[in-house]
Design a protein around this ligand. Structure first.
Ligand code: ATP
Ligand code: MG
Length: 561
């Protein structure tokens, strides 16, 4: 979507504009976000959250948060709490109290009675296997159930007894009486209620019949005064049923369902059921593992709410599905962090440098900006002393062409410090480089030297004030661009065994002894890293998760300057 189109709004905004021009709902706009509490929210849900809450904001309307809790077997309070936390964290406020479809169970039951009384619903006693056969297929019309013509009185009696718990699961179901020959299978007398002896997280054991989604959803929307019910494209074929339900009872409001394309990201799974498998089978460290595409995983990784909202804005809203490139999400993350992330230095693979012309036991404090473009973030202090660490990768004994880092007899600048020249390379018995001897130039703090030219700028830390930290590098979780693409291959087969690399023995500047937990840092020349409180507690030293590299790692550009 071009910037111009996005300013003008997407097709859903155009529909709402038209409805308002026609004076529908008195011009009010009410939306809802209706998660099923059977897992944690993921990046796909963020698209729906941003859309629903965003629409409400831009029309001065309201958006409710409603748990679609009609399937108690798979739902739990843990998921409810996590979903509320994630929506709030994304920066949205729902209108009024949190709602539950189960709040409306009594009302739904009355609507069901209303349908039965009109002869528009009946109790069907076909066993599940036979019911499937009666339903027909896409190429074969269905057949009427032998129970379709039960009298209203008989249906009312049976339905009330279903509620009273007189029958076993599967013995009866309440079905809408629509059309068994309808080309749209959803209209072939769909089930409205089934018997389930299942304790519900909200209603306990009050109910042993539970309404189906297609019956519950339109009526819950109506109960909340929802004007526009926005859902993903797989519900397009359910819209005639959504409308049928509302048209055949007397709801307080007549919402309109509009479908948009789901968000799919390459190298990523966005299905709660499959993400649950990763958690249950121990492939990840819980729902908030930093590799997970869940909101809580992204948060633990250091992604900000602003970046997620920007990303959803960039993706836009349309009718045609597609797979969005992970690079786009990373771009949004980088863009936001670059503007706000405090800077720090951390050496991932340290090699010692001894400044042979710096007095032993001496040291000095250097003052560096926390953010080079944002003076309001203030300054930080780093120590300069005789022994420093730089990254092993930043030294080459025999430098390749165009080498901009340290090499024997060549000079580099240390970020925020002095220029130094390598004068000696110390090796162990095996011939590995173990230490570098350098001479620093005391005339070069903040000014360029005369007479010679340093090659590049390196990050570094002073050895005696360095903080030991652990760094966790994350790579894509799956090796396949579309891990779910081949129905004959379990998506688990595509897991990337190298999606997590743990670096121990990293050395960070002293400002990281008590790191901020509200914002990722930019570790200079390395990327963005977020303090992981949870892992720090178990590891006993500060742990940082790499949020994202400095440049697009998806298109194989070198990550170093
Ligand atoms: P999942 O397949 O992950 O279980 P779902 O659609 O069953 O997803 P719900 O809890 O029912 O999950 O989703 C709540 C809302 O979020 C729904 O309106 C749904 O359409 C929307 N949603 C879910 N996944 C996506 C996605 N990938 N892109 C956009 N919206 C989504
Ligand atoms: Mg669902």
């Amino acid at each position: 979507m071009s910037a111009e189109e996005s300013k003008a709004g997407h097709f859903i905004a155009a529909i709402i504009d038209e409805d308002r021009r026609e004076g529908k709902h008195g011009g009010n706009v009410v939306t809802r976000f209706p998660p099923e509490p059977n897992g944690y929210l993921h990046i796909g849900h963020a698209k729906s959250i941003c859309l629903n809450f965003g629409i409400a904001e831009s029309y001065n309307g309201e958006c409710t948060l409603r748990f679609d809790d009609t399937n108690p077997a798979k739902e739990s309070q843990e998921y409810i709490d996590a979903i509320k936390e994630d929506v709030s964290w994304l920066g949205y406020e729902w209108a009024g109290p949190v709602r539950y479809a189960s709040d409306y169970f009594e009302r739904l039951y009355e609507y069901a009675i209303e349908l039965i009384e009109q002869g528009k619903a009946y109790v069907c006693s076909l066993p599940a296997t036979e019911a499937a056969e009666y339903r027909g297929s896409l190429t074969r019309p269905g057949r009427n159930s032998p129970y379709r013509d039960r009298t209203v009185a008989e249906n009312l009696d049976l339905f009330k007894r279903m509620r009273a718990g007189e029958f076993a699961e599967g013995k009866h179901a309440l079905r809408a009486r629509i059309d068994m020959a309808a080309p749209n299978m959803n209209l072939r007398d769909p089930i409205l209620y089934r018997i389930r002896y299942q304790t519900h997280h909200q209603t306990g054991d009050n109910w042993c019949i539970y309404p189906m989604y297609d019956f519950t959803h339109p009526l819950s929307d109506a109960a909340e005064g929802v004007t526009h019910s926005l859902c993903t494209l797989e519900f397009e074929d359910h819209r005639p049923l959504y409308d049928w339900v509302l048209d055949n009872v007397t709801p307080p409001c007549r919402p309109r369902q509009i479908e948009f394309a789901r968000l799919n990201l390459n190298y990523t799974i966005t299905s709660k059921r499959k993400l649950l498998r990763l958690v249950d089978e121990g492939y990840v460290d819980g729902w908030n593992d930093p590799r997970m595409p869940t909101i809580s995983g992204l948060r633990r990784r250091g992604v900000t709410p602003a970046a997620i909202r920007d990303f959803c804005e960039m993706v836009g809203i349309n009718k045609v599905g597609g797979i969005v490139d992970m690079g786009m999400l990373e771009h949004a993350i980088r863009d936001d962090l670059n503007q706000h992330a405090p800077r720090a230095m951390c050496v991932m693979d340290p090699i010692k440098v001894v400044l042979v012309n710096y007095p032993e036991g001496d040291s000095q404090q250097l003052t560096l900006p926390v953010h080079p473009q944002d003076p309001e973030q203030g300054t930080r202090e780093v120590t300069w002393s005789r022994e420093l660490y730089i990254d092993r990768e930043d030294f080459a004994e025999v430098p390749p062409g165009k080498w901009k880092r340290l090499a024997p007899n060549s000079a580099v600048r240390l970020r925020g410090g002095y220029v130094m020249t390598c004068v000696d390379v110390i090796k162990n018995a095996k011939g590995d480089v173990v230490e570098l001897h350098c001479e620093y130039d005391p005339e070069t703090l903040g000014v360029n030297p005369t007479g010679y030219k340093p090659k590049g700028v390196l990050h570094w830390v002073a050895a005696d004030t360095a903080v030991d930290v652990e760094v966790r590098l994350y790579d894509r979780m799956f090796n396949s661009e579309n891990p779910d693409g081949d129905k004959n291959v379990d998506f688990i087969e595509h897991l990337n065994p190298e999606s997590l690399r743990i670096l121990t023995g990293c050395k960070a500047e002293p400002s990281l002894v008590q790191p901020r937990a509200d914002m990722a840092y930019q570790f200079e020349r390395e990327g963005y890293f977020f303090y992981d409180k949870e892992a720090t507690e178990t590891q006993g030293l500060p742990v940082f998760n790499r949020t994202v590299t400095l440049r697009d790692s998806w298109s194989k550009i070198s990550q170093k300057n």
